[in-house]
Design a protein around this ligand. Structure first.
Ligand SMILES: [Zn+2]
Length: 315
């Protein structure tokens, strides 16, 4: 069972980053997720390059999450997408003619821009793959001119939206593999979107499906974690994909913290390929204690390889 840790912290202070990565690696993690927002590659490319190298020097693979690109994915900062802001005509339009603050993925110009960004990251930085965080589902059916042209039958437009979203996500994965054949692709879903797991698992260029099993954030009983986890693990196994189950070690008060161990047990019972959690992530009542608990729990996972070496040619 592999361990992934989301590192949603600045890469600007090299000494701090080095310390953090060593701690994450010592805990048994093999990879980190770093979320990039659109402006970062323009404003601090050297810090990204150095930070990702530091991760790899520490023995950690780097997966890049496209934070709020087109406002279609989640990201640690609640900031609007620059692309969507600068291309208001790319926005989703509902049946009443109202625009919403997300770019419609059926716009060729939006897709072309996004694919170019992905290629740029994979070819410029030492990273091992791309992670798509909670892609926005077909919650709003788009009636923009592009969608209407692609689906002239209005009665079918809701189903069309769903189909075209899966197609779009599949194309992103194909784009990743074209740019870098060894790069890995991951899509992480919220429990309410688990209805998409079967279709996603059939995508040929998708490697891993993850689940944000955030029982406390979603006001569910902690036992739901196991049921959500099992759904993902079963479907991914059938399709020879990997599963990645996320432990909610954020937004916890003392009572929530006491359920952390239970949640972890439920995740282990589901037997995923990977367990994922966060390094000092937001809004915990006692951040240091939550991290200590996370470390203690993750150390219980038997480690397959004690000394993992990064193959030089494979990023
Ligand atoms: Zn549209």
């Amino acid at each position: 069972m592999d361990i992934t840790v989301a590192y949603f912290h600045p890469l600007l202070h090299a000494e701090v980053v080095k310390h953090d990565f060593e701690q994450i690696r010592a805990m048994g993690a093999g990879s980190i997720v770093y979320a990039i927002h659109e402006q970062e590659a323009q404003r601090w490319p050297r810090d990204l390059e150095r930070g990702f190298r530091q991760a790899q020097d520490a023995g950690l693979k780097v997966y890049l999450s496209l934070g709020r690109y087109g406002n279609l994915f989640a990201g640690p900062l609640v900031v609007p997408s620059w692309y969507t802001f600068h291309h208001p005509k790319s926005r989703v339009m509902d049946r009443h003619g109202r625009y919403h603050d997300i770019s419609c993925f059926n716009h060729q110009s939006f897709r072309a821009w996004l694919f170019k960004e992905i290629e740029h990251y994979l070819r410029t930085y030492p990273i091992n793959g791309i992670l798509l965080d909670e892609p926005r589902g077909p919650d709003i059916t788009c009636f923009c001119s592009v969608c209407r042209a692609l689906c002239p039958d209005v009665a079918d437009i809701h189903r069309f939206r769903r189909r075209s979203m899966i197609d779009f996500l599949g194309e992103i994965c194909a784009c990743v593999k074209r740019a870098e054949a060894h790069a890995k692709t991951t899509i992480v879903l919220l429990p309410q979107d688990l209805g998409q797991v079967d279709e996603l698992a059939a995508l040929p260029y998708l490697d891993t499906i993850g689940g944000h099993l955030f029982w406390q954030w979603l006001h569910e009983d902690v036992s739901a974690v196991e049921q959500w986890g099992r759904t993902i693990v079963e479907v991914t196994r059938q399709h020879d994909k990997r599963s990645q189950l996320w432990l909610q070690n954020f937004n916890l008060d003392e009572a929530g913290e006491q359920e952390l161990e239970l949640a972890f047990g439920h995740i282990l019972n589901a037997e995923p390929d990977e367990v994922a959690s966060y390094y000092y992530w937001r809004n915990n009542e006692d951040p240091a204690r939550v991290w200590q608990t996370t470390r203690r729990l993750l150390r219980r996972i038997p480690r397959r390889q004690l000394h993992w070496q990064f193959p030089l040619a494979s990023y």
